[in-house]
Design a binder for this molecule. Structure first.
Ligand code: HEM
Length: 427
């Protein structure tokens, strides 16, 4: 993409909240304007897509400030108002706070240690071959079907959606027959801002959308987590649910919450990163060629793809006390929202930030977050992305050519792609 032009300082503070604009693309011009002139900018939160208005929040867009907020959990709490821009229903807050994601040190630490025990690199690596085989078979099928038809395949609906979900269900130890359930749940929780997505939005008795993260909306998922845990105690296997279900230190409500967290954190992120990276490669044939020919290392390249296409767009914190950030006064209780795609394109840190440079190093992107909540699944995510990119180079050695624009998710939280058509050349 071309660099967004700098806007004059007197231009009004642009909106980066409205989820509908993300259906058209990341608002890089707005982000740049905020970084240059209003690095901590007040955002209104009007009613949108049937969701009630909120009190507004501070948008943090510079890399340095994003890292500071994420690291300083004493000032910027994940616990007080949880981690989504939308305020939870006050009745649901105690329940939502049971999730590790929505806790602060020192309580957060205990859960993090517990779940890390189930999530060791050794266990994750154990799935490497299955993951690779899955990448290979999904791509082979998609390419074969395209060659037999109009030469076009949709990498999202035919490859990456299934890839992310099936890899996660393997790691968790969810039986094949229950996999569709997981897809349904994650769509409901993440895709709720997008009118196209399956689960959006369920309406309550007042005709308003139901919060997909409320206890009542999650009951079926929790019941399932218990049934699966009981099954794992009877039939232990080398998977994460067996490890959690047999851990004597983990309470039953904690187990439910871990299951929920892993299902949403582990699926839609990879489901975004995988096609996001492929889309960038399709748009940059020279970069794709250099990757295919081994001129750039895949580890470095993966970080650049994650920098340019961060799967997570925002996370929220709440100020625990009055403070000052980049010269702006923040009051106790204010919502503070970090914008990952903006931090990743901050020209103060990344030279030529809109260029795709697969050999960029150092590359301190914040796509996996930072501080105490830094992504616990990064190793598993990288393992999956590595296998997918290697297998795409093998399956489409000639070129990876766009066959139309991708369709994007309407969400200010997940940088999702709903379709990515590519042309499959004859080999
Ligand atoms: C490319 C893929 C992924 C990206 C970009 C990503 C991104 C993130 C980010 C930004 C956070 C920090 C949240 C915060 O600041 O509050 C996070 C946390 C987390 N992620 Fe990931 N994630 C990915 C894949 C995964 C996978 C595959 C799993 C598990 C199977 C996973 C599990 C988690 C968990 C459990 C947390 C919470 C950690 C805590 O609260 O201490 N993630 N992730």
């Amino acid at each position: 993409m071309s660099d967004p032009a700098p806007a004059p300082a007197e231009t009004p503070v642009p909106d980066v909240f409205d989820p509908r604009q993300y259906g058209q693309g990341i608002p890089h011009d707005h982000y740049r304007h905020l970084r240059d002139h209003h690095p901590v900018a007040w955002q209104e939160e009007p009613e949108v897509l049937g969701w009630p208005a909120g009190p507004g929040f501070w948008a943090v867009t510079r890399h340095e400030d994003v890292v500071r907020v994420l690291k300083d959990s004493a000032t910027y709490s994940s616990y007080l108002g949880a981690t989504q821009i939308r305020d939870p229903d006050p009745d649901d807050l105690p329940f939502i706070r049971r999730m590790m994601l929505n806790q602060d040190p020192p309580h957060h630490r205990r859960l993090r240690v517990l779940v890390s025990r189930a999530f060791t690199p050794k266990r994750v690596d154990h799935f490497a071959e299955v993951v690779r085989e899955r990448a290979r078979s999904l791509l082979t099928r998609a390419v074969t079907e395209a060659r037999a038809g109009d030469g076009i395949c949709d990498l999202v609906t035919q490859v990456t959606d299934d890839y992310a979900l099936l890899n996660l269900t393997d790691l968790l130890g969810v039986p094949d027959t229950d996999r569709e359930l997981l897809l349904h749940w994650t769509r409901r929780v993440i895709g709720y801002q997008d009118p196209d997505e399956a689960g959006s939005p369920a309406l309550g008795p007042d005709g308003k959308p139901l919060n997909p993260r409320s206890p009542s909306a999650l009951r079926d998922m929790f019941d399932y987590a218990h049934a699966l845990a009981a099954h794992k105690r009877r039939h232990p296997a080398d998977d994460v649910m067996t490890s959690l279900a047999t851990d004597p230190e983990l309470t039953s409500p904690e187990l439910e919450m871990f299951f929920f967290l892993l299902v949403v954190a582990g699926n839609d992120t990879v489901r975004s990163a995988a096609p996001g990276g492929l889309h960038l490669l399709a748009e940059h044939p020279e970069a794709y060629r250099s990757l295919r020919d081994g001129e750039v290392g895949l580890t470095t390249a993966m970080d650049e793809l994650l920098r340019r296409h961060p799967p997570v767009l925002t996370f929220r914190r709440t100020a625990r006390e009055d403070t000052v950030l980049a010269g702006t006064r923040i009051r106790t209780g204010d919502k503070v929202v970090v914008f990952h795609a903006s931090a990743n394109h901050d020209e103060r840190v990344f030279p030529a930030p809109y260029a795709l440079d697969l050999s960029r190093s150092p590359n301190p992107h914040v796509s996996f977050g930072d501080g105490p909540h830094v992504c616990l699944g990064a190793h598993f995510a990288r393992l999956q992305l590595r296998a997918l990119y290697e297998e795409i180079c093998r399956a489409l050695p000639a070129s990876l050519e766009p066959a139309g624009p991708p369709r994007r998710l309407v969400s200010n939280f997940i940088n999702g792609l709903k379709s990515l058509p590519v042309q499959v050349a004859d080999v």
